[in-house]
Design a protein around this ligand. Structure first.
Ligand code: PEP
Length: 253
């Protein structure tokens, strides 16, 4: 059975007090309501990670993730945070290759391959984002786009290390736009992605890979998305900032 995951991407949102109250609320509700076979992950801005980690405490199904890390382990890289530093705070997951990082910070597949290595080498798990922009979808090239992102960003990994990766298919035209991919569009791409993984690593590895959908997922559409055979959960932006909505999504399997 593949791991079911609902990961919240807080992006660059929330001041200290609001971050503490959201994280506390998520932990409290998730403990009681989220099915025990679903992992709930809060991916917070760096500055809140340590506090959120301590609020999660020993909750069995709640985890903490960062939204990025640097390629190098330490040194004169002012303003950056390394995978090694994140691991020293007990952080469990790191989102890599989010479309906002690719677009605004010029992150290439090659850079992301190095970041993936750093995350895995430090015992954390990458949530690796792939997905096409609107023009690519309109041109019908979405499959080629994700295939390139996978092959250049991840397919250098050994099968054992690839087994640590969580994939997130996020059509960029659906992120923060209120425009969700239909469940049929999501399923078609998730199946294609799983086939690409199978072609590289074999069916057993592909069948064990969790592929999350991201792009305007919310309580009202999560159930239909998660009912698709190749959709194993969600990477949730806007709706992860409201504890009740986020947890409702985690109950949508
Ligand atoms: C995201 O940022 O990864 C995302 C999916 O955002 P939203 O849910 O707001 O579309």
């Amino acid at each position: 059975m593949r791991q079911k995951i609902v990961a919240g991407n807080w992006k660059m949102n929330l001041l200290k007090e609001d971050a503490v109250s959201l994280a506390s609320e998520v932990v409290n509700i998730a403990k009681d309501e989220t099915p025990s076979d679903v992992k709930v992950i809060m991916c917070t801005p760096f500055i809140h990670l340590s506090k959120v980690k301590s609020l999660v405490g020993d909750a069995a199904n709640v985890f903490v993730g960062a939204q990025n890390c640097y390629t190098e382990p330490k040194g004169a890289y002012t303003g950056e945070i390394s995978a090694q530093q994140l691991a020293s705070y007990g952080i469990d997951y790191v989102i890599l290759g989010h479309s906002e990082r690719r677009e605004y910070f010029g992150e290439s597949n090659a850079t992301l391959a190095t970041k993936t290595d750093a995350v895995i080498a430090n015992g954390m798990l990458p949530i690796f984002c792939i997905g096409e922009v609107l023009e690519e979808r309109e041109a019908g090239t979405q499959k080629e786009v994700v295939e390139k992102q996978l092959s250049e960003g991840l397919f250098h990994l050994s099968a054992e290390d690839f087994g640590k990766v969580v994939l997130a298919y996020e059509p960029v035209w659906a992120i923060g736009t209120g425009k969700t991919a239909s469940s049929a569009q999501a399923q078609e791409m998730h199946k294609d992605i799983r086939d690409m993984v199978a072609a590289k690593y074999g069916q057993e590895v592909a069948d064990a890979t969790s592929i999350l959908y991201g792009g305007s997922a919310k309580p009202s559409n999560a159930q239909e998305l998660f009912a698709q055979p190749d959709v194993d959960g969600g990477l949730i932006g806007g709706a992860s900032l409201v504890a009740r909505d986020f947890i409702e999504i985690s109950k949508s399997y």
